[in-house]
Design a binder for this molecule. Structure first.
Ligand code: AMP
Ligand code: MG
Length: 409
């Protein structure tokens, strides 16, 4: 059986990121958060756009004020007042100054700003009491941060507030981003009913489809919900064929084990899917079907137990969606070392994933085991968890206070 590391390598190798020319759409800036930039953004403007003041104070000629002291202040005539957003009208000559405010355009002739705390105002004159330390002091120069033609943002990054601010400043109001990967989702099982249906004896409410839809959205994908599919080869074949022709990734849950009603792998093969993975040495989540179709669609047949579905999603599917979505960095699963608060146990036979909560206390990550039964059918204590402790094969015990590898999800 494949190890988790082997399975991961196979899966990540199968992922072809979306095409940066064909798989894109244009969004405006208010819709750009969490989208992935598809092309390089270049500034058409210098930034700052013009020389401007970094302080409230006086725009002066350095030569006029460099010798100023408390005892012998430089005395300058104020010829203009320049608020932010205003175009200066005059040129500062020897012995002159302009009143200026933060962000306002520097007047011609002036090269330095004296902050108002170092001055004394006397009607239309200003006394400079402290000299500047250097010419250009408190002047933000045109193009000091970047020039027109500079590449501001590379493709493949996720846009958030700070990147969106850069785009707005460069007047890029329409931005080309990758479309969201389309992820088809369905549940398999004769026993399943939708949450809004009355429950007959022997039936189980389908929770996986709802969990997966939320997780797909969180990972940057667009879920395509296909419903509950019974364990009937003909119906399953139609569902898989439809999913494969309408999505980039297909996720089904259930029907991948060795039971008589587990048809997923058989149908995938019948539809000419190439099987790459049939099982992985992990707990929960041993039965796992991963296949690709000729149109490059990746098929994940996840085990149906609700906890197994979630764990295998976090471990393999989430990074797949992120890599496919065009993200260049940071799509990989994120592991950290944390100190466990409770004892963690495994039989040591398979890599074991134990859910709990991670928090930061006095600069150290602590892992708190979720209370209750960690069986793969028991969902309730998965709620409000944010991490999975990982015990490797052969590791049977991690005692309180010891370090453990933790997967963030
Ligand atoms: P399977 O992987 O099909 O053998 O299913 C394993 C177990 O998970 C069975 O007890 C199923 O009833 C349960 N199960 C399968 N699919 C779902 C689902 N979509 N939602 C909740 N439980 C499920
Ligand atoms: Mg089943």
């Amino acid at each position: 059986m494949l190890s988790v590391t082997e399975a991961e390598a196979i899966i990540f190798n199968l992922v072809q990121p979306l095409n940066n020319q064909y798989d894109t759409e244009i969004v405006d800036l208010f819709a750009a958060d969490s989208r992935i930039l598809a092309s390089v953004v270049t500034s058409q403007l210098d930034f700052p756009h013009w020389d401007n003041s970094a302080m409230d104070g006086y725009a002066v000629r350095y030569a006029d004020v460099q010798q100023a002291t408390q005892q012998q202040p430089a005395i300058l005539e104020i010829i203009e007042e320049i608020p932010a957003g205003y175009q200066p009208q005059s040129t500062i000559q020897k012995g002159q100054a302009a009143r200026i405010f933060t962000g306002a355009v520097m007047p011609a002739g002036a090269d330095t700003v004296i902050m108002q705390e170092y001055t004394q105002r006397e009607e239309n004159r200003v006394l400079i009491l402290t000299p500047p330390t250097k010419p250009q002091e408190f002047v933000r120069q045109r193009a000091a941060y970047y020039q027109s033609g500079t590449q501001l943002l590379p493709p493949g990054i996720m846009l958030h507030g700070s990147e969106i601010a850069v785009l707005a400043t460069a007047q890029c109001t329409q931005v080309s981003v990758y479309r969201r990967p389309r992820v088809a989702i369905f549940s398999t099982g004769n026993e399943l009913v939708a949450p809004d249906q009355p429950l007959q004896p022997g039936q189980i409410v389908d929770s996986n489809q709802y969990a997966l839809a939320a997780l797909v959205r969180q990972s940057g994908g667009e879920p395509l919900i296909l419903g509950i599919v019974p364990d009937e080869p003909g119906v399953l074949e139609k569902a898989i064929a439809y999913a494969v022709s309408n999505a980039d990734i297909v996720i089904s849950s259930g029907g991948v084990s060795v039971g008589d009603y587990d048809y997923v792998e058989q149908i995938v093969k019948f539809l000419e899917g190439k099987i790459h993975i049939q099982a992985v040495a992990m707990k929960p989540g041993k039965p796992l079907t991963v296949a690709t179709f000729r149109n490059q669609v990746i098929y994940f047949g996840l085990p149906g137990n609700p906890a197994s579905t979630l764990v295998t999603f976090w471990r393999f599917v989430q990074p797949t969606i992120k890599k496919l979505s065009g993200l260049v960095e940071g799509w990989q699963p994120k592991f950290i070392k944390a100190s466990t608060r409770q004892e963690l146990r495994s039989d040591g036979k398979r890599e074991t994933y134990i859910w709990g909560k991670l928090d930061l206390q006095n600069g150290i990550y602590k892992f708190h085991l979720a209370g209750g039964n960690q069986s793969s059918g028991n969902l309730i204590n998965l709620a409000q968890t944010n991490a999975l402790a990982v015990l490797s094969v052969g590791q049977t015990l991690v005692s309180p206070g010891e370090k453990v590898q933790v997967l963030l999800n």
